[in-house]
Design a protein around this ligand. Structure first.
Ligand code: SAJ
Length: 411
């Protein structure tokens, strides 16, 4: 028998929590979102999106207007809870579980027994059981068998969240088999993908493994790009040729790996088994070193041109066609260059933002420019993000300039 949930509380209304809440509500589940940010809660209750994600606005407007979705600053009473809070990493490359712990404590206060609590935040192995422990510590009147705790990692791709949340297969790890079954029943209400049941620790590790797999493969491509530069080969042509082999599928080199997932999650595996996770650690270091290498090439070009040369950086986002600057390798390059080349004029082009982020805004030598203006004025053109608008730049606009194309879009 499938368990029905009459209300679900979603804790944390960010990039994952809000789309999840909206989709649940759109599938007939009364959903109450909770967030600590007053502006996020206010925006949602007025039917406005706090961030841009294709397809989110329409569904948010509809579910708020129908009364199926609402947001508040307090954890609500509900049959089930989905915790989707950040898990940043500390300076020592281990997971900071404080947001998960705080969510566990505040959910604990509302429990009557029998509720399902799902942790969706990307977590190191053991974090879901840790959250259960925190909840039970807070509520000595409840025992482990009174609550159902599970881990169900999200795997949606930013930019395609609304689609992938419904179509992707989901891994559902229960702290107990009963918890896994209950969680599967909740995801059944909206997920058309396969619902794969396992234990909580395996589910936690599966998510980290997926992102590590991608990180290791990008590191391979990035290492190839250094080798090819050294020996004078076009790495993109090389990869294209090698990928004609039926069992070879190399990813693309770039200026480094950004975003809040792939650049972070592998460290949780390294932290869990430092002596065993050598390849995973090396891949992380390889990708993390790439912005510095690109910076070195810019500095060489600047030396070659001499004083007064202008540099344009094309793209600040962490990947193509989005406005997200989190953990962006391009931002690292821009910030370091602004610091190192104080006397050089740097034009930053990011068509998806209207104002430079604070770390660049105050700098005398950096200004936000349009694509046309940036390229026309610069002596050195550095392509950092493969946004579609950059792909459309006619080749004659680049004539006579030094071009450093870190994504291989202008070959
Ligand atoms: N990148 C390259 N070369 C490539 C592919 C990507 O340099 O060939 C770079 C991108 O430019 C970017 C970074 O890697 O800086 C990450 O981009 P991405 O598109 O690979 O991934 P994310 O971070 O947007 O989303 C990933 C996805 N994970 C996998 O594909 C295994 C997504 O499905 C996850 O839900 C998401 O992480 C997450 O939240 O964990």
């Amino acid at each position: 028998m499938t368990r029905e949930f009459s209300s679900v509380g979603v804790i944390g209304l960010g990039y994952i929590g809000l789309p999840t809440a909206v989709i649940l509500a759109d599938h007939g589940v009364r959903t109450i979102g909770m967030d600590v940010s007053e502006s996020t809660v206010g925006a949602i209750n007025e039917g406005r999106v706090p961030f841009v994600e294709p397809g989110l606005r329409e569904l948010l407007e509809r579910t708020v207007a129908s009364g199926q979705l609402s947001a508040q600053l307090e954890v609500p009473e509900a049959d089930a809870y989905i915790v989707a809070v950040p898990t940043p990493f500390t300076d020592k490359h281990s997971a900071d579980l404080s947001y998960i712990e705080a969510a566990g404590r505040s959910v604990a206060k509302k429990l009557e027994g029998g509720e399902l609590i799902i942790l969706e935040s990307t977590s190191p192995p053991g974090a879901t059981e840790h959250m259960q422990h925190i909840i039970l510590q807070e509520r000595s009147d409840l025992s482990a068998s009174d609550i159902l705790v599970a881990h169900c990692p999200e795997r949606v791709l930013p930019g395609k969240i609304m689609e992938e949340m419904i179509t992707n297969d989901r891994i559902i790890g229960g702290v107990t088999p009963e918890a896994a079954v209950a969680a599967r029943d909740l995801y059944k209400s909206f997920c058309k993908g396969e619902l794969l049941v396992t234990d909580a620790k395996t589910a936690e590790m599966a998510k980290l493994t997926e992102n590590s797999f991608r990180d290791v493969n990008i590191a391979f491509a990035n290492e190839l790009s250094l080798i090819c530069h050294k020996i004078g080969i076009d790495v993109w042509e090389l990869i294209e040729l090698a990928n004609h082999h039926p069992r070879v599928n190399i990813l693309q080199p770039g200026p480094g790996v950004g975003g809040h997932c792939i650049a972070v999650d592998p460290w949780f595996i390294v932290d869990a088994a430092p002596e065993q996770a050598n390849l995973i650690r090396t891949a992380r270091q390889t990708n993390d070193a790439k912005p510095e290498w690109v910076l070195g090439r810019i500095e060489q070009a600047m030396e070659h041109h001499g004083a007064g040369a202008k540099v344009v950086l094309l793209g600040l986002a962490f990947k193509a066609n989005i406005d997200d600057l989190r953990e962006s390798p391009s931002m690292r390059i821009a910030e370091k260059l602004a610091h190192l080349a104080v006397g050089t004029e740097i034009l930053a082009v990011e068509p998806h933002i209207e104002q430079l982020p604070a770390s660049l805004d105050g700098r005398q030598n950096v200004r936000l420019a349009s694509v046309e203006e940036g390229i026309a004025e610069a002596d050195i053109v550095v392509l950092l993000v493969d946004h579609d608008v950059f792909k459309a730049v006619p080749s004659d606009k680049l004539e006579g300039k030094t071009v450093i194309d870190s994504r291989g879009i202008w070959r």
